[in-house]
Design a protein around this ligand. Structure first.
Ligand code: FAD
Length: 318
C-alpha cells in the first residue's frame, strides 16, 4: 500500500487543501486521466468508444455526502438522463448484444440522500428504488458503491430490500473490512451480484485491516467464496496477483466469460483491459464524470505514488 495513503486521505478532508486542489482546472491532464469530463455530453463519447472497443461500462455521476434533499433529487434526475443516454450509446455501438447488460450505472447512496440525518436512509432507499425502476426499463444494470464503514450496514440493508424487486441489483464489497468474508458468504448465499474491491477509504484498525498483505489475503478469501458460490462475481482490481488468482479460480469452477467479469477504473491499466478483452474475458470500465471530482481524485492519488507524481507534475506544469 502507498505509504503516503493515510496522510493523503486525511489531508483530503481539509477544506483548505480542497480549495487548492479544486483550483486545478478540470481540463488539466491529471483530472482528465481519471475523470471523463464534467458533463454528460463529455462522458457519452468516452463511454461509446469503450463499448466499441469490446468493453462494458459502469458510469458514476460524481457526488457524495449530499447535504440537502434538492441535491439528492438533482442527482436522481441526472441519473435518469444518464440511463437514457447510455442505453442509446449501447444500441448505436457496434458491440455484441448479450443477456448481460453492457451498460451500468454506479451510484453512492450518500449522493442520493443517505447522510441527510435520521430520514437519510429512507430517502436514499426511495431514490434507489426510482433509479432501479428506470434502469430496468432500459436494460441497464445498477451497482451501489461501497463508501466509508459508517454507511456499510445501511447500504447493505438498502440493497437487500431493493433486491426483492430488482434481483440484479449489485453492491460493492471492500476486502479491507474485517467483516468482508462474512458479508461475501451472506451475499453469495442470497444470489447477490457483487463487485469485489479492496476499499479506498481511510478506516480505523477496529473495523479494517491496515496492512496490504492482510487486505490482499482477505481479497483472495472473498474471491474463493464468490467464484465458488456467487451468481455473477465482479472482480474490481488492477492487481496482477488478484487477476491471476481470479482466472485460476474461474477455470477451477468452470466459469466461462459471461459468468463473471473483471472491472477496472477509467484511465488505469488500459493495455491490460484490452489484453483481457482480447483473451475473451468480460471487462467493465468504471467511468466517473461530473464537477464533484475532488474526493474521487484524492482516493486515486492515495492509491499509488505514481499517480501522485503525475499529479504533482501537472500542478507545476500549469
Ligand atoms: P492496489 O492494491 O492499489 O495495487 C496492487 C497492484 O496493482 C500494484 O502493485 C500494481 O501492480 C497494480 N496497479 C494498481 N494500480 C495501477 C496503475 N495505476 N497502473 C499500473 N498498475 C497498477 N473502492 C471503494 O471503496 N468502494 C467502491 O465502491 C469501489 N469501486 C470500485 C470499482 C472498480 C471498478 C474498481 C477497479 C475499484 C473500485 N474501488 C472502490 C477502488 C478499490 O477499492 C481500490 O482502492 C483500487 O482499485 C486499488 O486497488 P487495486 O485492487 O486495484 O490494487
Amino acid at each position: 500500500m502507498n505509504p503516503l495513503r493515510p496522510a493523503i486521505l486525511a489531508a483530503a478532508g481539509s477544506s483548505r487543501i480542497k480549495d487548492v486542489i479544486t483550483r486545478v482546472p478540470a481540463t488539466s491532464a491529471v483530472v482528465q486521466r481519471f475523470v471523463a469530463g464534467e458533463t454528460r455530453a463529455e462522458l457519452v463519447p468516452v463511454a461509446r468508444a469503450l463499448l466499441e472497443s469490446g468493453r462494458s461500462v459502469s458510469v458514476d455521476f460524481l457526488g457524495e455526502y449530499t447535504t440537502d434533499r434538492v441535491q439528492a433529487s438533482a442527482a436522481v434526475a441526472e441519473y435518469f438522463s444518464l440511463i437514457d443516454d447510455l442505453a442509446e450509446a449501447e444500441q448505436s455501438s457496434a458491440g455484441v448484444l448479450t443477456d448481460i447488460p453492457r451498460v451500468e450505472v454506479s451510484l453512492k447512496l450518500s449522493a442520493l440522500g443517505q447522510s441527510l440525518g435520521q430520514d437519510g436512509p429512507a430517502i436514499a432507499a426511495e431514490n434507489l428504488h426510482k433509479l432501479c425502476a428506470k434502469a430496468v426499463e432500459r436494460h441497464v444494470w445498477v451497482t451501489v458503491d461501497a463508501e466509508d464503514h459508517t454507511t456499510t450496514a445501511d447500504t447493505l440493508e438498502a440493497v437487500r430490500n431493493a433486491r426483492a424487486e430488482f434481483p440484479w441489483l449489485a453492491v460493492a464489497l471492500q476486502t479491507y473490512l474485517r467483516q468482508a468474508e462474512d458479508n461475501a458468504r451472506d451475499l453469495a448465499a442470497d444470489g447477490t451480484r457483487i463487485r469485489l474491491c479492496k476499499g479506498a477509504y481511510q478506516e480505523p484498525d477496529t473495523v479494517a485491516y491496515q496492512r496490504r498483505a492482510e487486505v490482499d489475503a482477505s481479497y483472495l478469501r472473498c474471491l474463493e467464496v464468490l467464484l465458488r458460490n456467487a451468481w455473477y462475481p465482479m472482480i474490481a482490481s488492477h492487481d496482477p496477483a488478484m487477476i491471476s488468482a481470479a482466472l485460476a479460480l474461474a477455470a477451477e469452477n468452470h466459469r466461462a466469460p459471461g459468468d463473471f467479469e473483471f472491472q477496472m477504473l477509467y484511465g488505469i491499466r488500459d493495455a491490460e483491459q484490452r489484453h483481457l478483452v482480447g483473451e475473451g474475458h468480460s471487462l467493465r470500465v468504471y467511468i466517473p464524470y461530473g464537477t464533484q471530482w475532488y474526493g474521487y481524485l484524492m482516493r486515486r492519488l492515495a492509491e499509488r505514488p505514481a499517480n501522485l507524481g503525475f499529479f504533482l507534475r501537472a500542478l507545476t506544469e500549469r
